[in-house]
Design a binder for this molecule. Structure first.
Ligand code: 5GP
Ligand code: ZN
Length: 117
């Protein structure tokens, strides 16, 4: 499990690694996923490091959870998304591979999302 020092998303936040930014506020950054699983695939990432959603409230305070979801809505609106799916993988068995809490925004399907899952 990565620490702040070797965390890929901390490096993106610090500008040490490139990303295609789609939204930013004081506490969050959102950028395009490097291996998109939908026509539109963004990651909304709190700037404060925490490894996973269930540890985030402990590390950064309960209100950080609400702020992160608000940043998700702002990211979608700022990029003209009307219909989108929001997902968080919590733990390796759920598919989490980057241990810096983040929310996936998936969108851009031409038909119904349930048909292209
Ligand atoms: P997880 O499976 O941990 O919920 O999601 C991690 C996501 O981060 C994956 O969808 C993966 O494609 C994306 N990702 C991993 N490394 C990078 C990177 O260096 N840049 C960007 N933009 N996305 C990354
Ligand atoms: Zn980090």
């Amino acid at each position: 499990m990565s620490s702040v020092n070797d965390c890929i998303f901390c490096k993106i936040i610090a500008g040490e690694l490139p990303s295609e930014k789609v939204y930013e506020d004081n506490d969050h950054i959102a950028f395009k996923d490097i291996m998109p699983k939908a026509p539109v695939h963004y990651l909304v990432v709190p700037k404060a490091h925490s490894p996973r959603l269930d540890e985030m409230a402990k590390d950064n305070g309960t209100e950080a959870l609400g702020h992160m979801l608000n940043a998700v809505v702002k990211t979608a609106a700022a990029n003209g998304l009307s219909d989108y799916r929001v997902a968080v993988n919590v733990g390796p068995k759920a598919g989490q591979v980057v241990f810096h809490t983040h929310v996936h925004i998936l969108s851009g399907w031409s038909g119904m999302a349930r048909d292209v899952r």
